[in-house]
Each structure stands twice: as C-alpha cells, then as structure tokens.
Ligand binder design. Structure first.
Ligand SMILES: [Zn+2]
Ligand SMILES: [Zn+2]
Length: 609
C-alpha cells in the first residue's frame, strides 16, 4: 500500500469517528495523521514506517498519535484496518451513501440523522424537497438546494474510482473467470481499456463455449461480490463491495471481436461507426455485420471491422467521438506515441526530499526500464513539508550526480542523470531560488504547491509570471488536481498553454495516477498550440516509473505523437531545449521547429474535424 492510499483510509476513519460523535481530539488526531501521511505521496507505506520516527521520512512524527500509528502499521502489514472495518460495519449504509453527497460533511449528516431520523438517501431527498431539511438548525433553503443538487450529481456520476484501482479490480475478476474451462477468451473492455482517468464500471467480454450461465454463476460467487444487479443468459451485472459495478457479456467465439469493440465503446464512438456502416449499406447490429445483400461478414478482429468500413484502425484510447472517426475515414489519424519512444524521464524524487530511494537506485531502475537518462527533481527550499532542499544540500546532490555520471561512464553504461529541481512557483509568481542559483540546474520544473485557493485571475497571473522566468523548462502538474480528491485550482489554462508554446516552456503531463495533469483533453490543445509536453512519472520510488505506462496511454488519448513529447528527445537535446530558453534564444531549433510541426499537424487535424 502506498502512503496516499493509507492517508485516504485515515481520513475515512476520521470522518466516521466524527459521524459517530466520537471525541473531537480522536477525530483531529486521525485527520492530522492523514495529512502527514498524504505528504509522503506514492511511497510504499511499509518502507516509510521502517524508520517511523525519523523526521527525514515523516515530516512531523511527533504529531502521529499511537492510535493512528497502529492503523498505519496494520495497513502496511495487512492492507486493511480493523478500526475502519468496524466503523464501516457500525454505520448504516444510507449514512455512508450520504457522505458521498457533495457539501454534506459528517457533522451535518449527524444532525440530519438525529433531528429527522433519516437513514437513507431517498429519505434525505424527500426531506429536502418537503422543506424539512431547511428547518433544521444551521440549515437553510440554500443548503437544502445544494443537497438536492449533490444527490443528483451523485446519481449521475456513481462511484468512480481511479483508473489503476478499476483495472486492479478488473484484473482480479478477469483472472478468476479465465480459469473457467468454458471461457475461451476474456478481455477487459469499456473505459478501463480506453484508459479513462477515472472509471466506474468494469466491462468484461468473454468468448464462451457451452452455456454462458455457468460462467455467470462463477462470477456471482466471487469474493467481494456484494449483489447481483441483473442479467441472465448472456450477460450479468453485479456490484462489488467497493461500489464498483461489473458488467460481463458472454458471446460465441465468432462474435468476440465485435462484442469486444462494442463493449469498449465509447457509446458515441460506437454510434458514429455504426452510422458510417449504414452509410456504406451495411447493417451493424449487436453481434454481427451484414452487407447490403444481408450476407454475414466475418469479423475476426477489431482491425477487420475498421478495414471493412474503409477506416484506419482506431486505438481504444482514442475512441471518444472527438473527431477520430472522421480522421480514420480520411486516413489522417496521427501515429500515436509509443512507450518505447520515451528516451528519458524528467520528474522524480530521491531521498534528498520526499523520495524513498537513492539517486543511484532511481537511475538504475530507470535504466532497467530502457530509459537513457533521468532528471532528478527534488523539492525546493520553500517546500518544507516535503523536505525541500537548502542550497547546501543541492550542492551536495550535484556532486553526487557528477560522481554517479562518471561511474556510469566507467561502467560503460549508456545512462546519464540530469540535475533538475521541482521548484515551487511562489504565490507572487517568482521561482524558488534566485536566478544565479537556478543557473546551476540542467533543467527546472516549476510547480504550484501552495495557496490553491487563489481566484482564476490571480492564479493565471502567478503562473504567467513564472513562465517569464527563462530558467523555467517545464510547468509541473499545471492544474494541481488530485483525481476524486481535489478539484483543479482555478486557472485560465488556454492562456497558459498559449504562452508556454510561445516562450518555449514544456507542459507536464504528470503521470501519477492520482494526478494525470494536464488532462488528456488539454494535451491535444497544447499540441495544437505548439507546446511541448513532458511526460513526468513523478516517481517517489523505483516502482513509480510504472506511472509512465499510464502516462503514455493518456498522451495517446490526447492524440500526442513522439514529436510532441520532450522526453522522446535525447538528454543532450533536452539540455539544449532548456539552455536555448535560458539564453533567450526562443525560436531556435529546440524550441519552435517541432512546435510548428505539431501546430501544422494539429491544424490539419482540425480541418478534418
Ligand atoms: Zn509537485
Ligand atoms: Zn514531484
């Protein structure tokens, strides 16, 4: 378990304690522990706990209560917490549901429960409509309206989970089904296959022999199944304990490719392709494609379907009805980025700040994944909660990197560590450290880590000002969002992307599955404006490089090709990109040539669309 997931468990405990009207100090202790643990990010919890009271690992170990520490140890050892499980059991399900209504905190839910004896979401909705909610102390008509809107939102969005958690669930279910002798082939489809940043259901498509009901029965008995929602015959819908919905479709082997394509969606993409089929005289129904004479057309693969319809193959990530159907018909889909095209990575943390591993360990892990350089970018001096580096520590780190590069060369290893920094963009828009000191780095990432509450004007000006600093190479996680946890801060992203393209600053696609920032939709806009994108793993441990896989998938979803991505270039080219900017030579080969090419291809695509 990583620290951020542990923090989530701690904050759930805090919420439930508050809901149960437990001692305020106990609630506070869990909230504080959640904050401290969250600051450790993606680090494996077990590793962080090895030196539990070492202030270098835990920013404020003295603030961790014994109860919180016990929860953390249990989470590290068993991936679960008995305290949390007990609280969940003791809480009526309706109240747990109410906690998911935006704007309803535990204190409010308790007063609703105590004052109106409401136990379910339905009763809550009724009470809000009938004006009973507004009559409670500290509630009013506006709160009641907000609650109604919150319930509507909740119905619309359901229980979303992060892509990585959805995929883990999907794989667990898929594994259990694949060993069934009647299952010949089984694939994960739907939004997980399309690499959406958050997902709320697991779609599975299985080619089965014999009776699909036996396969369905196996699924219904799986550990972690809460309820069977429906289905029968060839389909089954059920809900898992964690709220994730699973949809299984069982088909005959010869129908599999078409069923997988349909199950992958998106619904709009499927609709557009079906219309394309109709325009050519075909009939595309649930399981089959028939030509104008009514003869069955065999579809042995998804590629065969697109080919039959006179279209280029559309990769699953791109099936979002965002112009890909027209582009596939015109055969002008871009050649999307492939993971092997990444030559390096430019965002990771070491033990110098809040990372779990040494620079050498991180470098060797990056090399083992086929990368040829790694930009180390620990936190800067103002970022005290994440162990930001003083100037002296930076100088030590640079000496270590120099020595490491010499050692790698002597070893004959084709690998280089670059000196970077994730410098805070201060509230005034200045970069942490002065210009003279920033000159020491090979490249500089600038990130907003404080004062998220600024309004859009203030935040946009803050970041625009940072873009004026010629030391800035990459704008880190440009919206600050944490998926399902924290909204992006208010900012006029278009203005930022435009200026970044103009001045030669790359925009980060932070590949941390909690962030995926910038969003794939904005990736496409960035490329169209001619800005470079840097796919940053933001790795805090060697396992953190796994983030690159999702980062590449999301870049593909945003229509990026290798030429749009800074870290498909060599280390020397990346350094030249940074140096050109610093020298004020904006518009040199490193900055604009690729940008113009990207803008050109973007413009071409826009014409098609
Ligand atoms: Zn950051
Ligand atoms: Zn970072």
């Amino acid at each position: 378990m990583d620290c951020r997931s542990a923090a989530h468990a701690l904050s759930q405990i805090a919420t439930l304690l508050e809901l149960h009207d437990e001692d305020a100090a106990a609630v506070k202790a869990m909230q504080v522990a959640a904050r401290i643990t969250a600051a450790l990010g993606e680090r494996p919890l077990g590793e962080a706990l090895k030196h539990e009271l070492n202030p270098r690992d835990w920013p404020h170990p003295d603030l961790l209560s014994p109860e919180a520490l016990a929860v953390l140890h249990e989470l590290a050892d068993h991936n679960s917490s008995t305290v949390l499980e007990r609280l969940q059991e003791e809480t009526p399900e309706g109240l747990m549901e109410m906690l998911r209504v935006p704007g309803l905190g535990p204190a409010r839910i308790r007063s609703i429960h105590d004052g109106l004896h409401i136990d379910t979401l339905l009763e809550l909705e009724q009470a809000a409509r009938e004006g009973k909610l507004a009559s409670l102390p500290k509630f009013g008509a506006r709160t009641a309206d907000k609650v109604l809107k919150g319930i509507a939102d909740l119905r619309a969005t359901g229980a979303y989970v992060l892509w990585q958690h959805g995929r883990a669930e999907a794989e667990r279910v898929a594994e259990a089904l694949r060993i069934q002798p009647d299952v010949l082939q089984l694939e994960i489809a739907g939004s997980i296959r399309r690499r959406n940043e958050i997902v709320r259901d697991v779609d599975l498509v299985a080619a089965v022999r014999g009776s699909p009901s036996i396969v369905a029965a196996t699924l219904a008995q799986l550990r972690g199944v809460k309820e069977v929602l429906g289905g029968g015959g060839r389909t089954l819908q059920l809900r898992l304990d964690n709220g994730v919905r699973v949809d299984l479709a069982c088909v005959r082997p010869e129908q599999f490719a078409l069923a997988l394509w349909r199950g992958t969606g998106s619904a709009l993409h499927v609709k557009q392709v079906t219309e394309r089929a109709a325009s050519l005289g075909y009939t595309l129904t649930n399981d089959e494609l028939r030509d104008a004479d009514g003869a069955l057309v065999a579809i042995p693969s998804e590629a065969a379907l697109y080919e039959q319809l006179g279209m280029a193959f559309v990769p699953p990530e791109q099936r979002e009805a965002a112009g890909e159907v027209e582009a596939a018909v015109a055969d002008v889909l871009p050649a999307l980025l492939e993971e092997h095209e990444l030559r390096g990575a430019l965002h990771c943390h070491s033990q110098y700040s809040d990372g779990a591993a040494t620079i050498e360990q991180m470098a060797r892990a990056a090399h083992a994944r086929g990368l040829r350089y790694l930009g180390v970018s620990d936190h800067s001096q103002s970022n005290t909660y994440a162990g930001g580096l003083s100037r002296d520590r930076i100088l030590e780190q640079h000496a270590e990197i120099d020595a490491l590069n010499v050692a790698f060369a002597q070893e004959g290893l084709d690998f280089r560590v670059l000196k970077g920094i994730e410098a805070d963009i201060l509230p005034c828009g200045r970069m942490d450290y002065d210009a003279g000191f920033l000159d020491r780095f090979d490249f500089v990432i600038g990130s907003v880590h404080t004062r998220y509450g600024m309004n859009a004007e203030q935040m946009t000006n803050r970041v625009l000002k940072a873009l004026d600093d010629p030391h800035l190479t990459i704008l880190g996680h440009p919206t600050g969002r944490l998926l399902l946890t924290r909204e992006p801060y208010a900012i006029h992203l278009d203005a930022i992307l435009e200026k970044a393209a103009r001045v030669g600053v790359a925009i980060e696609l932070n590949a941390d599955p909690h962030r995926l920032d910038i969003d794939w939709r904005a990736c496409r806009i960035a490329a169209e404006k001619g800005a470079m994108v840097s796919i940053g793993p933001d790795a805090h441990s060697p396992q953190g490089f796994d983030n690159l896989e999702l980062g590449v998938a999301v870049a593909r979803k945003g229509w990026l090709r290798a030429s749009n991505v800074l870290n498909t270039r060599s280390a020397a080219e990346v350094m030249a990109f940074a140096a050109a900017r610093r020298a004020g030579a904006i518009g040199t080969a490193a900055g604009t040539v690729a940008g113009t090419a990207a803008a050109r291809s973007g413009a071409a695509l826009l014409r098609v669309i």
